[in-house]
Design a protein around this ligand. Structure first.
Ligand SMILES: NC(=O)c1ccc[n+]([C@@H]2O[C@H](COP(=O)([O-])OP(=O)(O)OC[C@H]3O[C@@H](n4cnc5c(N)ncnc54)[C@H](OP(=O)(O)O)[C@@H]3O)[C@@H](O)[C@H]2O)c1
Length: 333
C-alpha cells in the first residue's frame, strides 16, 4: 500500500477524492486536512462515507504528511502555492487540483491577478495528452473542469491542424463553484434557469489556449460557460469551423486513432451527462455538417473534471495501471 494525503478534505473535490480512493486497492489515505473541522471524523462532514474511513481531519501541517508518497492539494487557487513547495522539498510528490500550476508563471499572474509566491515547474495533468511526462513528474497540475471537457473535444482535430476556429459552449453543474454557498449558487437564483456568466472572460480559457495552441498555433478559440441547476456534470458543444469539409467517417477515424490508448474516452453516438455521472469517463460524439463539426463532450466535473482525473494522474505517477480504482460504471439514471 502507498500512503497518500489530502489537503482540503472538506470541499467538494476533497470529498470526491475520498470517495474515489475508497475504491482503490493500492493506496491508503493517511492524512486529510481541514482548518475549520479539525478533530472531526471524516464521516461527520461526509456522512455518505460512513464506514469507509477511520480518520480525523488534521490541520494542514507538513508533519502529518511525512509518511506520504503523494499528496493531493484540493484548496482554492492562491492557497495551493503555500503548501506545494513545502511538500516537494520534503520529497513528496503532488497532484494539485487548483489553478496554481496549470499555466506558466507570467500568464498565471496576469490571469489570476496576484503574484505567484511558490513557483515550481509542473506537468499539465491531462493524461490523454501528457501521459509519459506525468509518469515522471514530481508535480502535476490537474486541469480545470471546463478545460478537461473542451480540450478533449478539440485536441484530435487541432493535432491534425484542421481547425479554423472553435467556439466552446459549455454547461456546468453548480458543484463547479465549490462547497461555500454564495448568492450565485443560491437555489432561487439558479433553479429553472441556465445562467451564462463570465461570457467572454473565464480564466479557464487560458488553459484551452495553452494546450490547443501547442498542437495548432493559429487556432482561434472562443469559450462561453453557463451553469444549469444540477449538481454534477459539464456538457460541451464544441462548434468547430473546419479548414475544408470532412465526412463523418473521417472524423470518427481521427478521434478513434487519437484516443486509441485512452481508457476513459468513450466515443458515443449519443452523449448525455447522465451517462457519465459519478464516473471518470469523458464521452464524446462527433458530428459534421459541411464545414462545421460539432463535437459534444460530457464529463462529471467532480470526477474526470477533478478528483477522478487526479487519481488517474496519481496512478501514472506511482507506476500503477492508469485505470486502477477508477474503472467503475456511471450512476444512471
Ligand atoms: N469543484 C469543482 O468541480 C472543481 C473542478 C476542478 C478543479 N477544482 C479546483 O479544486 C480546488 C478545490 O475546489 P473545491 O470545489 O473542492 O473547493 P471547496 O469546496 O471550496 O473546498 C475547499 C477546501 O480547501 C480547504 N481550504 C480552503 N482554504 C484553505 C487554506 N488556505 N489552507 C488549507 N486548506 C484550505 C477547505 O477546508 P478548510 O477551510 O476547513 O481548511 C476545503 O476543504 C479549487 O482550486 C478549485 O478551483 C474544482
Amino acid at each position: 500500500m502507498v500512503n497518500v494525503g489530502i489537503i482540503g478534505g472538506t470541499g467538494y473535490t476533497g470529498g470526491e477524492l475520498l470517495r474515489v480512493l475508497a475504491f482503490h486497492s493500492k493506496v491508503e489515505v493517511m492524512a486529510v486536512t481541514s482548518r475549520k473541522e479539525e478533530g472531526k471524523e471524516v464521516w461527520e462532514i461526509h456522512p455518505y462515507l460512513k464506514g469507509f474511513y477511520d480518520l480525523k481531519f488534521v490541520k494542514p501541517e507538513l508533519r502529518y504528511f511525512e509518511d506520504c508518497q503523494l499528496v493531493f492539494t484540493a484548496v482554492p487557487h492562491g492557497e495551493a502555492m503555500r503548501y506545494v513547495p513545502q511538500l516537494l522539498d520534503a520529497g513528496i510528490r503532488v497532484v494539485d487540483l487548483s489553478a496554481d500550476y496549470r499555466l506558466d508563471k507570467e500568464t498565471y499572474e496576469g490571469v489570476y491577478g496576484h503574484r505567484h509566491e511558490g513557483w515550481r515547474d509542473a506537468v499539465y495533468g491531462l493524461p490523454e495528452l501528457h501521459r509519459e511526462e506525468i509518469k515522471k513528474a514530481e508535480l502535476v497540475a490537474n486541469p480545470g473542469c471546463y478545460p478537461t471537457s473542451t480540450i478533449l473535444a478539440a485536441a484530435p482535430l487541432a493535432k491534425m491542424e484542421l481547425i479554423e476556429s472553435v467556439i466552446f459552449d459549455s454547461k456546468s453543474g453548480i458543484t463547479g463553484a465549490g462547497a461555500e454557498p454564495t448568492s450565485f449558487t443560491h437555489y432561487p437564483n439558479l433553479h429553472e434557469a441556465i445562467v451564462p456568466y463570465k461570457i467572454v472572460s473565464h480564466r479557464h480559457y487560458y488553459e484551452m489556449v495553452q494546450e490547443l495552441k501547442a498542437f495548432q498555433e493559429d487556432i482561434r478559440i472562443h469559450f462561453t460557460p453557463q451553469v444549469f441547476p444540477g449538481s454534477r456534470g459539464i456538457l460541451t458543444n464544441a462548434h468547430i469551423l473546419l479548414r475544408g469539409e470532412l465526412e463523418k467517417e473521417e472524423l470518427e477515424k481521427i478521434y478513434k486513432e487519437f484516443y486509441r490508448d485512452s481508457p476513459f474516452i468513450r466515443l458515443q453516438e449519443e452523449v448525455r451527462l447522465s451517462y457519465v455521472r459519478g464516473s471518470n469517463f469523458c464521452d464524446i460524439s462527433v458530428n459534421v455538417g459541411g464545414e462545421r463539426a460539432v463535437i459534444i463532450s460530457a464529463i462529471d466535473n467532480l470526477v474526470k473534471g477533478a478528483s477522478g482525473q487526479a487519481v488517474q494522474n496519481m496512478n501514472l505517477m506511482l507506476g500503477f495501471d492508469e485505470a486502477d480504482g477508477l474503472m467503475f460504471p456511471p450512476l444512471f439514471p
